[in-house]
Design a binder for this molecule. Structure first.
Ligand SMILES: *Cc1c(COP(=O)(O)O)cnc(C)c1O
Length: 376
């Protein structure tokens, strides 16, 4: 059967990015973030690949994501950290943590109380996330004394991992807000140790920080987007990252048509702005390629790897999108073209001309788009 739009995923490129990350952050333990279905790439297959790359911990957002990995992965040796939505207030969930060896990241006092009291967590590492200025999740630094008191009262003498998260890592790491967060984090670790608790592991760096070689003084790093290839920095900020996109979005061209300036196209009959060859591509908002990409300009490559400039013209439909290429474009009906490949340039173009970000482009790809893992 012919495919319409599929995401081809290349494990060897993931391996290459992980190797590059180890060069960027020597000696640091990596916690790859595989939340939101592995940034749209397929969490289970991505995680299976990571297991072969000496990764010991995976990060997900919710208990459901963690359970999916624990029950579907080939090997079940790694630790799985549940970051933003551990759902500890539901007592029925506590045994799931124990039975499936999952570790919640504690980011508020109510969860801390549940964690310290429940017998299900007696053997689970204590991981605390602090709010250092993002004001999203995280324990409050003002409550440090109380927090230390609760931990010691429970009989624990150490904290296994202390972390925080940057609010503005996609911007210059030298911004005052970023340095304030770093200072606050260093201070928190200092205060925890002063209270007599030992702290085993620490982390602050997400992709944006790592791309600016920041946060490398701590034991762990938490890369998300960069591991899949793209830079998470806003244009103009210098990145130390030269990742390859680990996937290629391949789309079937259903029809082509020579058109003249002013000819109408698609729903709403949008007139096209110049002569060209319209390519009707089999991807639409039903696949996660939504109307935000109206008018975006990028390069697609054909089956011979030749690049062609195109622009999205008219409205994006549920199943299709109209692209306008140069009149002499050689692409024919039936051809499979790549909207992006391992070179980050195409994704950068799609995102900059649609004011989107690679995070969204990846995560929005719907279940309709098969993820095809290509072994080398
Ligand atoms: C998602 C996430 C990351 C990774 O962020 P990227 O910007 O994708 O690198 C790191 N830490 C936490 C707590 C996260 O939620």
């Amino acid at each position: 059967m012919q495919t319409r739009a599929s995401l081809y995923v290349y494990p060897e490129l993931l391996a290459r990015n992980i190797a590059d990350l180890k060069i960027l952050a020597p000696g640091k333990e990596i916690i790859p973030m595989v939340k939101s279905n592995g940034y749209g790439h397929g969490a289970v297959e991505i995680s299976n690949t990571l297991m072969d790359l000496e990764i010991n911990i995976l990060g997900v957002a919710s208990l459901a994501e963690a359970l999916e990995l624990r029950t579907q992965m080939d090997k079940s040796v790694c630790e799985i950290y549940v970051f933003s939505d551990p759902q500890l207030s539901d007592a029925e969930n506590l045994s799931l943590y124990q039975d499936f060896r999952l570790t919640p990241v504690i980011s508020n006092q109510s969860d801390l109380n549940i964690f310290l009291k429940a017998k299900e967590f007696a053997g689970t590492p204590l991981i605390l996330k602090f709010n250092t200025g993002m004001n999203r999740l995280g324990l409050a630094p003002q409550d440090l004394e109380l927090i230390c008191g609760l931990i010691k009262k429970s009989g624990r003498k150490s904290i296994d991992h202390v972390m925080t998260h940057f609010a503005c890592a996609s911007q210059s790491i030298e911004l005052a807000h970023n340095t304030r967060q770093q200072d606050e984090f260093a201070n928190i670790i200092c205060e925890l140790k002063k209270s007599g608790l030992s702290v085993h592991a620490t982390s602050i760096a997400n992709s944006g920080a790592l791309e600016q070689k920041t946060g490398l003084e701590y034991s762990h790093i938490r890369p998300g987007l960069m591991m899949y290839g793209p830079s998470s920095l806003i244009p103009g900020i210098k990145s130390q990252w030269n990742g390859r996109i680990i996937s290629s979005l391949k789309v079937r061209i259903l029809e082509t048509r020579q058109m003249k300036k002013g000819d109408p196209i698609g729903y709403g009959l949008t007139p096209i702005s110049k002569d060209g060859k319209a390519l009707i591509a089999s991807i639409g908002y039903g696949d996660g390629f939504n109307n935000r990409y109206q008018k975006s300009k990028f390069q697609i490559s054909d089956s011979n790897q030749t690049k062609h400039d195109v622009q999205v013209v008219g409205r994006v439909n549920m199943d299709m999108v109209q692209l306008l290429a140069a009149p002499e474009c050689s692409i024919k009906a039936g051809e499979l073209v790549s909207f992006w490949d391992d070179d980050p340039h195409s994704i950068d173009q799609i995102c900059s001309t649609s004011k989107s970000i690679p995070y969204e482009l990846f995560c929005q790809l719907s279940v309709r788009v098969p993820r095809i893992f290509k072994l080398p």
